[in-house]
Write a protein that binds this ligand. Sequence first.
Ligand SMILES: C[S@@+](CC[C@H](N)C(=O)[O-])C[C@H]1O[C@@H](n2cnc3c(N)ncnc32)[C@H](O)[C@@H]1O
Length: 231
Amino acid sequence: MNWLDFWNGNHSIYVCDKHRQRHHERIGEDIVQRLPPRTGVVIDYGCGEALSAHHIARHCDRLILSDAAPSVRQKLEELHHGAANISVLAPDAVREMDAGSVDCVIINSVLQYLSPDDTEGLLKDLSPLLASNGRIIIGDIIPPDHTVLADAGALLHFAWQEQFMTEAMIGLMRTFLSDYRKIRAAYGLTCYSVHDMESMGNRLGLKAQRTPLNIGHDQGRMTFELQRLAA
Ligand SMILES: C[S@@+](CC[C@H](N)C(=O)[O-])C[C@H]1O[C@@H](n2cnc3c(N)ncnc32)[C@H](O)[C@@H]1O
């Protein structure tokens, strides 16, 4: 089993329903706050369940949800069938979109599951899609010195704020015995420093800037905004 098998399967990365709800509300709100007023086309790439898609869609003309896992896309299609400005696309279909047609690409909590070469290839394919003022927002980047214990601490802090502490402690024990931990031990998670992100951006003709806050609850992880370097 690799990461994509894991996401395509019947996994549970949330310790309880409240965690799942509050996670999606929090990232939905954090994403909306980063969008310029009335944005055109937004792609949420590697969107997962995207439970806050309706909220994001109220702040743009068109929201495209894209995920590599076919089972995730199928659920999204069922959920958003009939929504006027939300569509679901496979990653290959995203790559075929018109150059310059996208205002914002969100990639949150995805790149840790890709190799550096795959990430660079992905950003190389996505950057021509950007409109002249368009940007790619990459959230939840794990810095090289970030530990599993730091992840656990961030979850417990979130659980304390949102009052699901007991479930979080039980969930952490469950995670220790889960496929997630086994795959994480086998494949690891890809980490980037600020310098790594800036250098990768430069190689692709993009200026990468770390933003003061990360998207989501884990402020030990990092968010970057990438825009085309002036010609
Ligand atoms: C941790 S979840 C993040 C979901 C959502 N962005 C969030 O922040 O809650 C990672 C998601 O990325 C998707 N994914 C992994 N590799 C991908 C790739 N190469 N292209 C598109 N999606 C990918 C997985 O299927 C999974 O749904």
